[in-house]
Write a protein that binds this ligand. Sequence first.
Ligand code: PMP
Length: 426
Amino acid sequence: SALPADTQALMERRARVLGPAYRLFYETPLHPVRGDGVWLHDGDGKRYLDAYNNVASVGHCHPHVVEAIARQASILNTHTRYLHEGVLDYAERLLATMPQELAHAMFTCTGSEANDLAMRIARAHTKAEGLIVTRFAYHGVTASIAEASPSLGKFVQLGASVRTVPAPDSYRIAPSDMGRAFAAGVREAIADLKAHGMRPAALLVDTSFSSDGIFTDPPGFLQDAVEAVREAGGVFIADEVQAGLGRTGDAMWGFQRHGVVPDIVTMGKPLGAGHPLAGIAIRPEVLAAFGRECRYFNTFGGNPVSMAAGMAVLDVVEREGLVANAQRVGAYLRGRLTQLVDRHALIGDVRGAGFFVGVEMVSDRPARTPATAETARIVNAMRERGVLFSATGEQANILKIRPPLVFDQTHADLLVETLDSVLAAL
Ligand code: PMP
């Protein structure tokens, strides 16, 4: 079907100015002009329920965050080479949400930089090179982190010191086997590094395994793998860019679901609710060697405006009880999605925690055959009917439902009812 002329014109202008590397979502790209709460609005006055954007963690354009950014921008914005309370207040408040072992915080602008910094620190601490990630992981865009992001595909070579392990696929591995199975992959990776004369510096995982397909269960399954990497002299880096800031509903951070205390935690996306704010939390003994050997300065990381944004986001998360909301409404949403299983053979599995929900689509339930083409059609049909989400996993057959934390029960109802009718019409 032909695209509207203004959409076509903007797409051509994008290609002309931005070049060929960018990608748009949807067969008919979305052109939002305004956002508020869980809604995105286009120029024709149509509104879309946003069940996808975790960056707008406390909702699009939350007035408390907007006001905090504007206020600090009108007073002072510099960098961390001058004294300023803002970075200290925010670091203390962020660290207070974590186990006390994680006693230092450092700031970046993106999740990629946070992972890149964590890698450098891990290598300085362990005097080792190896990095273990999952089979379809995404951790960011810098050269060294892209080399540890197999989901980027065939154009990015995995680094010589990078090893991948099978994802903890809870649809295909029994809960009682999960911890052992995931740790077995990590042990094999360690053995392979050793066979090539290397030791592991770190195991780096997204604690919600979002690009692998959203795997959050059973709680605690990460423990064996973390133990395995530590036995081999490596550290555990929890990438909380996706799972962090209350998304899983049971805690502020995804690693807490697993009862482990990471050596380094990396954070990004939701922290600034759209303002570029990211960073790490780390055990002091792990940072010591890097601190002796290197100095660290990130021009924009930790600036007063970013710190004000981060503070305001934490205010809203607390005041509006958003972690509990993610747990309550997330459970309700998964419950209602589970009711669709009997009505639609395409749904193979409904899973996740809090507001990180995966719905795996299969063309054959007993064989668990990925329904990739159908999933793309569902995502596009939902967008046509005003509900936004995406697909994830190596076969792109898992609906990725990851709304702002202010999503409520009426929003969940709208999503499920729209999905029900889209599946019926497929
Ligand atoms: N880690 C994970 C798990 C991510 O999902 C992403 C972004 N999709 C990143 C790191 C990189 O973050 P950024 O895009 O802010 O560099």
